[in-house]
Design a protein around this ligand. Sequence first.
Ligand code: SF4
Length: 255
Amino acid sequence: MTGRHSKSVKGSTYSLTGNCRTSDRYYHVIRELTGLFLRQCPDEKRLLLHVRKAGSNRVSIAGDHDKALISYIKKTLIEALSLYTTGVKEHLRTLPLSQRLDSILRTKEVQYHLYMIEIELTNRIYKEAFRKSDYKFALIAHCLRDFRPDCRSSAGDIESVCRGCTKECFIHHGSVLLKKHAIHPYISLSIDLDKLFKKIRAEHQSVGALGIACVPELAEGMRLCIKMDISPVGIPLDANRCSRWMGQAHENSKS
Ligand code: SF4
């Protein structure tokens, strides 16, 4: 989606535009890195488990896991992706005590890099199952809306829906496009994704979810989908700029 922004947007901790005006270079790097790791570990699902293992000791891997691969992944990512996560250290240094229990807000820099590869791998693994799902829905981050008018979105059957009050709104453009592809678009406001996903899953034979959110929230949301037998695909926001990260909400983009 492109829109009003002529300059790249800067996030609280990360910006996929890096030193460029768009995120094209970022996606090129992510595809190259994923290809590189797949040459070391050709099984996409096994590689995904290793990427997740690299970020947490709690994720168990069936059978053996390759410690050398995990350390190679971490070392390669820090060298290749630090350019996109320049705000993490300062954010963590100044994070108030009261917010340190928030697992999303306290995400470490290495974990951002791992999430970036996790999102790419998850997309590759689940895109076909998503496409074939009986019911497809999208959750679009609310910070992608046009902040100039008062948003006229209203309650839909599962989440808020865009009412198209302005033509210059990313969410409006995205919603129109998604409907053309039989994907039901919603504005993501719910904090209880678990409950929301359970409800949707109970109503349909097979479900596919498209998430558009900041990197940590998207990766966690995709994990939850997999756990609940929903086929996820996701698009990370160019930056994290909502009030949760910046104290007050700033417009965002998806270039
Ligand atoms: S176009 Fe939709 S999402 Fe954008 S401000 Fe209007 S109602 Fe809200």
